[in-house]
Ligand binder design. Structure first.
Ligand code: ZN
Length: 429
């Protein structure tokens, strides 16, 4: 049922009242340099914040065997984070409303060279409308929004009339195993909202993602007899060119994929890291290349993996050197399918009303060519999965920043969404 004017106004006021604290809280989150594997401290902080607010707190570890057995489980390597997953639960005394998951991730990608940043990446600061810092947009602003949207309801004198799980995960940037772990642990609800920085729009469809490493062996000799050796780095370049061919072939199929027809280049292959060789005057004997590629929704990760392997082995078979020394391929991270959000769900209608009340605009949707945890909820929980959040720039780049006014607007929208989706009951304040 749409919210009454009184309830709506009280919630909007409550978000405004908490907003200065919310930005300080966001900055506090950015100060944790929570790159992959370094999230234990921030997770302890999150657990403390949840318990201070009276949520029932559940902390649990990744279950590598269960994750590996699942078709969407990211491949586990020694770099896989061992930080716990933390879930806080609001359980209404008298549960009459729809349930909801609010999810965020606290892992952030490496900052890159500090010298390229105008301010140190983990020292957040606000300049004009922008809050700067690694992870501020992706997605510590969203993490704070989850806390403060729920706090605003309470400050306005309401509690959600449905069960709400506040789920904080890791491994969003490399495997998606954190979100998958919450599913394997049994967490479920009638809908999920993930406040990733999505330009105040709703994600309609999203690609799947695979990570893999190609290893090429060379034949090491002194450079004076280079012709008798084989250069692993040169050979790796040839393999990369073959993979670019696969990338173009997949992009050429975009018109067969609903929602992807209009995108310029939906399938991006990123050569993310390359290492090899030992010495400038020795023909290199080894080269390793770390790659990330996207796949359309509907394609299984295992099928895509097979096509990647086939592309490399077919190329190697025709290459004079590689035919005798074929490259090896190891999947070492994301192994995920994409998803689409079917238009017309009640959850989307409720978010549309909340967004309109907060911004005066109709809610737009768009398609993103990057990984999102929503795939777990859409594909496995089979619930409407809403990815929606503030305007940002330079995520995964330098001088990552998120718009403060956009945080304000989307927090109002989130609070109104929670209130209407779950319903509210009056509480003593
Ligand atoms: Zn993110």
């Amino acid at each position: 049922m749409p919210l009454s004017d009184n309830v709506r106004n009280a919630i909007v006021d409550a978000v405004e009242q908490g907003f200065t604290d919310q930005i300080e809280f966001t900055k506090a989150l950015v100060r944790f340099p929570s790159t992959r594997g370094q999230e234990h401290e921030i997770m302890a902080f999150i657990a403390g914040q949840l318990s201070d607010r009276g949520y029932e707190v559940d902390q649990f570890d990744m279950d590598p065997a269960a994750l590996e057995a699942h078709e969407g489980g990211g491949r586990i390597t020694p770099e896989h984070s061992t930080a716990p997953i933390v879930v806080g639960t609001h359980q209404p005394a008298n549960e009459t409303g729809r349930s909801l998951i609010l999810q965020s991730h606290v892992d952030v990608v490496p900052a890159g060279p500090d010298s390229m940043w105008h301010h140190p990446p983990f020292e957040p600061h606000v300049e004009g409308d922008w809050l700067y810092g690694r992870g501020g947009a992706d997605m510590k602003a969203g993490q704070a929004q989850i806390f403060f949207a729920m706090d605003a309801l309470r400050r306005a004198g309401f509690a959600p009339a449905g069960r709400v799980h506040l789920q904080t995960v890791v491994e969003e940037e490399s495997t998606g195993n954190g979100a998958l772990m919450t599913y394997l642990k049994g967490y479920d609800a009638d809908a999920v909202l993930i406040p990733e920085p999505e330009e105040e729009m709703l994600v309609r469809a999203n690609v799947g993602t695979l990570w893999f490493q190609v290893e090429v062996q060379g034949k090491p000799v002194h450079v004076r007899e280079m012709g008798s050796g084989a250069n692993a780095i040169d050979a790796a370049y040839r393999v990369i060119a073959a993979l670019r061919g696969l990338e173009e072939a997949w992009n050429a199929e975009k018109t067969d994929h609903r929602f992807f027809e209009e995108l310029d280049h939906p399938i991006n292959l990123n050569i993310g890291k390359i290492e090899g060789g030992d010495w400038a005057s020795s023909v290199p004997s080894w080269c390793r290349v770390d790659c990330r590629i996207a796949i359309y929704p509907g394609m299984k990760a295992a099928d895509a993996a097979r096509q990647i392997e086939d592309t490399i082995s077919a190329f190697a078979a025709d290459d004079p050197y590689l035919s005798n020394s074929p490259p090896t391929v190891t999947f070492n991270g994301f192994f995920s399918e994409g998803y689409t959000l079917d238009p017309g769900s009640e959850a989307e209608a409720v978010l549309g009303r909340a967004h309109h009340a907060a911004t005066g605009e109709d809610l737009q949707s768009f398609v993103t060519p990057g990984y999102l945890d929503c795939r777990v909820y859409q594909l496995y929980n089979r619930i409407p999965s809403l990815c929606y959040g503030p305007i940002s720039e330079n995520i995964h780049g330098v001088d990552e920043r998120v718009s403060v006014e956009s945080i304000r607007r989307t927090t109002i929208a989130m609070a109104l969404f929670i209130a209407e989706w779950c319903g509210v009951e009056a509480i003593e304040t």
